[in-house]
Design a protein around this ligand. Structure first.
Ligand code: UDP
Length: 457
């Protein structure tokens, strides 16, 4: 009997990881592969709540969820409890789910598991059950290269066993990745060393092992974007850029409903005039910093579209400066969550004021939009180094001596960016390279087709 490939896709359950894995799941479905996408119960609930009811039945993949144990912890939550809960509950529940699916229908058994490198426990389950598996780096290959160096860095005494740099100086093991200083390690969390240690312990320490047990390593990147990093891991298959908007039908990856009304607002703005400001799903700033950002956008006097999540100001509802919303009403549009890919593709967008999460970085690069970089933590620092120094498609905002990015810094840098024709030209070149890589015969397209062929066997 012919066995249809049935792939299970498992993200680490946070927004910036669910999104690219969902894009990958859709791409697999486009190629006729049956896909079951496994989320944690709570993230699944958020995603489903953000998809309009009438569109749910048009989703071309199967969305299921398993418990991450959070409901059985009475009063969580610090980061450590959440991480521990995920890594102790999800593997057991995942194995049970696979056994249940495989017990149901013999010719649609799970034939391959594709899991986020940050969900190494899922790769371990695949291995234990004898199922082929692919690890996915949702944050590109340069960041992965630097993470894979961690054991060597510990051995050389450059970082300690908790991943903390022993000296505050620029380190560079390879030309493949931007230099690393205290803030550029892709597990860095400035000002909160306990969180940095947790990230290192849970996501980085066993990475080499998790990649070793995987049959493939995929990445949301493309060869021409980071050739040196790709050469460093020659077996890796960069298959990006992954897009949501290339697919028909609803795309269920958002934790918040999209405010699509902003697209008609963008239609009314002059071409190349709008500053788009968005900081991903989890970056937070304090109220003082929020005010500076608000004033920075105000004093520029140009149209702006600003995503302000309800938890953007240190988890509290943001308070706009007195009279602010009235003063900017004629040129500023503020919303809680935007259809970001579509916004960046809109001709009226001039630049992207971004925290430089890898997804945002890829999306801006692919749409040819110059960046104003404002990294907060983890890989955002090295991504902004890529943007400003390697690809030369953006400028970095520099905080003042009190760690605040002032309104004048924002105004000055936006104006400088918008008048820089070299940066705009580089951005358009990169956009073309991104498009070529996923076109027929392009590097990512070939990698993806070769992967599909292999998992169909
Ligand atoms: N995003 C979105 N609307 C928004 C802000 C972000 O759709 O208003 C999406 C964005 O397109 C990206 C993801 O959320 O795909 C954020 O991922 P990223 O890696 O940039 O940042 P993270 O959330 O992991 O910090």
């Amino acid at each position: 009997m012919d066995r249809k490939p049935h792939v299970m896709v498992i993200p680490y359950p946070v927004q910036g990881h669910v999104m690219p894995l969902m894009k990958l799941a859709y791409k697999l479905a486009d190629h006729g592969i049956k896909v079951t996408f496994v989320n944690s119960d709570s993230m699944h609930g958020k995603i489903m709540a953000a998809v309009p009811e009438k569109l749910k039945e048009k989703i071309p993949i199967i969305l299921v969820s398993i418990s991450d144990g959070s409901e059985s912890n009475r009063e969580p939550k610090n980061q450590l409890e959440i991480l521990k809960s995920i890594s102790s509950f999800m593997p057991v529940n995942l194995q049970k789910l696979i056994e249940d699916i495989n017990g149901l229908n013999n010719d649609e058994q799970i034939s391959c598991i594709i899991a986020d490198v940050s969900a190494g426990w899922a790769l371990e389950v695949a291995k234990k059950m004898g199922i082929k598996c692919a690890a996915v780096s949702p944050y590109g290959l340069g960041n992965l290269v630097s993470q894979l160096q961690a054991p060597k860095l510990i051995e050389a005494g450059v970082i300690d066993a908790d991943g903390i740099l022993t000296k505050d100086e620029l380190t560079c093991l390879s030309k493949a990745v931007p230099g690393w200083n205290m803030k550029e390690l892709s597990w860095s969390f400035p000002g909160v060393p306990e969180v940095q240690k947790l990230i290192f312990a849970h996501f980085i320490r066993n990475l080499v092992e998790h990649i070793k047990i995987s049959d493939w390593l995929l990445a949301n990147s493309f060869y021409e974007l980071e050739p040196l990093a790709c050469d460093f891991i020659p077996d890796a298959l960069p298959i990006g850029p992954l897009f949501a908007s290339n697919h028909l039908g609803p795309f269920p990856g958002n934790f918040w409903p999209e405010g699509s009304i902003c697209l008609s607002w963008l239609d009314e703005q002059p071409a190349g005039s709008v500053i788009y400001a968005a900081f991903g799903s989890s970056a937070v700033c304090n109220q003082q910093q929020f005010n500076e950002l608000a004033h920075g956008l105000e004093i520029l006097g140009k149209p702006f579209l600003w995503v302000v999540r309800s938890n953007f100001t240190s988890g509290l509802l943001a308070e706009f400066p007195d009279g602010y919303l009235e003063r900017v009403a004629n040129y500023g549009k503020i919303l809680e969550w935007a259809p970001q890919e579509k916004v960046l593709a809109h001709p009226s967008v001039a630049c992207f004021l971004s925290h430089c999460g890898w997804n945002s970085t890829m999306e801006g690069v692919c749409m040819g939009v110059p960046f104003l970089c404002w990294p907060f933590y983890v890989d955002q620092f090295s991504n902004s180094t890529y943007i400003c120094e390697t690809w030369k498609v953006g400028l970095k905002l520099i905080p003042d001596e009190n760690g605040i990015v002032t309104r004048h810094e924002i105004k000055g840098k936006v104006e400088k960016l918008l008048s820089d024709t070299d940066i705009k030209a580089n951005s358009l070149k990169l956009k073309e390279m991104a498009g070529n890589s996923i076109s027929e015969g392009g590097s990512s397209s070939k990698n993806f087709l070769s992967f599909i062929e292999q998992i169909k066997q």
